[in-house]
Design a binder for this molecule. Structure first.
Ligand code: F3S
Length: 398
């Protein structure tokens, strides 16, 4: 790889031990993927923040990078942690876990990383512009940044995202390059999509089909007349989970779609396939004991809808509503939080139903999120039920 003088200085250790380690990670990646150079990134999103996922080995790596001089050189934000940082007790988190999670956050803060603890950084100020190069981890946010915003990022892992933060660069390969952003498969959608859970089911149906084809593809979706930001958020999380998709184009909706003609190779998704995807995510008729909305983290508009539905009523089940802290602060100010808490539900910031250490605490999880169904089952062993957003709230009241 051709490195600039500054990059060579980092690699030689002139800019400190942590910068050298970071540059070693990036040059190794670049060499594997045939990158010819590094490119500057405008921002970084780091995943792998929950102590539940990191464990002691992960924490020690972060600690070492922090104490040996690692400092973020660009805007760097964090994925959700394993708990609400300010209010972990009400979620039933153990003091021991809380202490370890705080150590993780402390190491990131020492590295000048902003502890946003959300998977929707684009809703709270880490909003890349069209065409901008970034280095993001968190598959749903990567898919959203590439597809909906038209920014450019590969699916970074925890270490490579941290390395990009500490150097300000990433190797120039994959989705940073025009030739890899061209769609290679048309997906004709012939189904009605009304709600975030429909878009999640669509993401599963398309993702499963792409996985069955056995190749990473850039799908070009047609036949979707409209999609809100919240619907696209849900779709991105799902298609990234089930199909490993980091970039799609949606005709008339996403910004790069107009640059391309629909590819000849095609598949179609109709009502029956959407229904099958939905049914596959509802694997039980047992009683629900855990209700959750907020995978990906909720927008203020979604929280407003929950408050409207819960107003003056009482939930009968554990109900977690997960979001970014600045969104919760807005909800506090407007009064949504008060309405929701009066109803007996909880708004949890900084965390989610997947990264919190809740394995074994519940049996049957109800949600509108196809991604949450996948990980709720795979990580926590929950049975899952997928329902439309409003129905999830109604079910919590029943
Ligand atoms: Fe976000 Fe947690 Fe879902 S990180 S996308 S809410 S699994």
């Amino acid at each position: 790889m051709q490195l600039s003088g500054k990059e060579k200085a980092m690699l030689s250790g002139e800019r400190g031990w942590a910068a050298r380690k970071a540059m070693e990670i990036l040059t190794a990646l670049g060499t594997i993927y045939g990158a010819e150079r590094m490119i500057p990134v405008a921002s970084v999103q780091i995943a792998g923040v929950s102590y539940d996922n990191l464990g002691e080995a992960g924490l020690q790596f972060l600690d070492q990078m922090a104490t040996r001089g690692g400092r973020a050189r660009v805007l760097t934000t964090l994925n959700p942690a394993g708990m609400d940082i300010e209010n972990w007790q009400v979620l039933g988190i153990s003091p021991e876990f809380a202490e370890n999670q705080q150590r993780v956050i402390k190491a990131f803060v020492q590295m000048n990383v902003i502890p946003t603890c959300t998977c929707t950084p684009y809703l709270i100020g880490n909003l890349p512009r069209y065409g901008e190069h970034i280095a993001w981890a968190e598959s749903s946010a990567v898919c959203y940044a590439n597809s909906v915003l038209g920014a450019r990022t590969n699916r970074e892992g925890g270490p490579s995202a941290l390395a990009a933060a500490l150097t300000g660069v990433t190797p120039d390969y994959g989705y940073h390059r025009n030739e890899n952003r061209t769609p290679d498969l048309t997906v004709a959608v012939r189904a009605r999509l009304e709600d975030t859970s429909d878009f999640g089911a669509l993401g599963k149906a398309v993702g499963d089909s792409l996985t069955a084809l056995g190749m990473k593809r850039v799908p070009y979706l047609r036949g979707i007349p409209q999609a809100s930001g919240d619907a696209l958020k849900s779709f991105c999380a799902s298609i990234a989970t089930y199909g490993g998709v980091a970039l799609f184009h949606m005709e008339g909706i996403t910004p790069e779609a107009g640059n391309y003609a629909p590819p000849p190779d095609s598949l179609s998704i109709d009502e029956a396939e959407l229904r099958a995807a939905r049914e596959a995510l509802s694997d039980t008729e047992e009683a629900v004991d855990f209700v959750t909305l907020g995978c990906p983290h909720l927008s203020l508009r979604e929280i407003a809808r929950i408050a409207e539905l819960l107003h003056g009523r009482k939930v009968t089940k554990e109900f977690w509503i997960t979001t970014a802290r600045p969104i919760k602060q807005m909800a506090d100010r407007i009064g949504y939080t008060h309405i929701i808490e009066e109803a007996g539900a909880r708004i949890a910031a900084d965390t989610c139903c997947v990264v919190a250490p809740i394995k074994g605490r519940f049996k049957v999880m109800l949600t509108d999120s196809a991604k949450a169904c996948y990980y709720g089952s795979a990580k926590h062993g929950f049975r899952t039920i997928l329902k439309p957003f409003d129905q999830v709230v109604e079910e919590a009241l029943r």
